[in-house]
Design a protein around this ligand. Structure first.
Ligand code: SF4
Ligand code: SF4
Ligand code: SF4
Length: 376
């Protein structure tokens, strides 16, 4: 998406378009939009519905610019660059139009920033600040009093239509990236909203829980349940399967509170499945096993482990647990033969760990009964 260079080059090369933005000479690739050329040349144009991974949409109308020779204002995100084009991104007419668009958005938006989980991570806030929207503007707005029900049906995330600005990023992400189409814009005018088929709760729709819509939403309309803002992010690899998606883990007080797909990764390009996106609560869960457990003498198989495992098992050291396993495997092998033992490995292990396990199974136990399950 980057524009090629802003240094003066008098001749136009094939595939390179030269234009002027705010008096600055910009060279960009043919086929780029005015918005892409401007952003690539470090010229900021505000937008709330643009996403470089999605097709241009032109919904929020905040990216309007003036282009010499064109009547009125045009949206930079849907206008292709042309040779010799002269673009102005900050003029009185542009400023007025952006303010009106922003005020229309804010008129249907609750002023809940202080209690909103998205506070200070919110694109709507950021763009409002950039445009200088202030209390005076707010006082002029005839704010809507409507309060729509929050869809809490999904176990992993909530949908709050009151904070939705109808940018349709979620809808487009669901269709263009995930290829599911679980949600779409429904109804008209004031009643317009993002809806599932037949307006069912999201959990009863065809949603595949990938969370792509949440990661694209510019406001607090789509958020993971009990969302906490991280203090910093750490790059890592999803532990769930062999695909190895790159993730950015949101950390707060040594706890993982958020997972974002790494959009720069050639493996997943920011995408994640339901496990990678939401399945990280086990890491800090109080019931997580951190030490080996050995079944207590006399505690039979009929005893339900659920919620009661400390009655049935006792904590042990790794040495004690490994000695017991080795002793039991030796006994089974002597009594029933090596082929009575089977070993299942896991996609969560590294290649090296999986290699070692098959070596142990074949060379130490003496059987070829070694397999792998991606879900272990
Ligand atoms: S979505 Fe953004 S603008 Fe709206 S209440 Fe939350 S933080 Fe404020
Ligand atoms: S839910 Fe979020 S992404 Fe979807 S339309 Fe509303 S503001 Fe945009
Ligand atoms: S979670 Fe994924 S499948 Fe479900 S609505 Fe969002 S993008 Fe579509």
């Amino acid at each position: 998406m980057e524009a090629i260079s802003t240094t003066a080059k008098e001749t136009t090369k094939t595939g390179v378009v030269t234009l002027t933005i705010n008096g600055k000479r910009v060279e960009a690739r043919e086929g780029m939009t005015v918005l892409e050329a401007a952003l690539g040349a470090d010229i900021y144009i505000p937008t709330l519905c643009h996403d470089s991974d999605l097709k241009p949409y032109g919904a929020c109308r905040l990216c309007v610019v003036e282009i010499e020779g064109m009547r009125g204002l045009v949206t930079a995100c849907t206008t292709a660059i042309e040779n010799g084009m002269t673009v102005r991104t900050e003029t009185p007419a542009v400023d007025k139009s952006r303010h009106i668009s922003m005020e229309l958005i804010m008129a249907n938006h609750p002023a809940d920033c202080l209690t909103c989980a998205k506070n200070q991570q919110c694109d709507l806030q950021r763009v409002a600040h950039y445009l200088g929207i202030n209390q005076e503007h707010f006082n002029r707005l005839r704010k809507t009093k409507r309060v729509l029900p929050i869809d809490k049906s999904h176990p992993a995330f909530d949908r709050d239509p009151n904070k939705c600005i109808l940018c349709a990023k979620c809808v487009r992400a669901c269709q263009e990236i995930t290829g599911v189409g679980a949600i779409d814009l429904a109804y008209r005018g004031y009643d317009a909203k993002v809806s599932t088929f037949a307006d069912k709760p999201i959990h009863n729709s065809i949603c595949e829980s990938c969370g792509e819509c949440i990661s694209r939403c510019p406001t607090g309309a789509l958020l993971p349940k009990k969302y906490k803002q991280p203090t910093h992010y750490v790059k890592s690899i999803c532990p769930y399967c062999g695909v190895g998606c790159s993730v950015n883990l949101g950390i707060r007080s040594n706890e993982i509170v958020d997972v974002q797909g790494d959009r720069g990764s050639p493996v997943n390009k920011g995408g994640l499945c339901v496990k990678g996106r939401f399945g990280f609560d086990f890491i800090s869960h109080p019931s997580r096993l951190t030490k080996p457990l050995i079944r207590k003498e006399g505690k039979g198989k009929d005893i339900q482990v659920n919620g009661n495992f400390r009655e049935v098992f006792r904590e042990a050291t790794w040495d004690e647990a490994l000695d017991l396993i080795a002793w039991k495997l030796t006994q089974i092998k002597e009594k029933h033969g090596a082929d009575s033992i089977g070993v299942l490995s896991s996609a969560k292990c590294t290649n090296e760990e999986n290699y070692l396990l098959q070596k142990f199974t074949r060379a130490v136990i003496g059987t070829n009964n070694i397999d792998h399950c991606a879900r272990l």
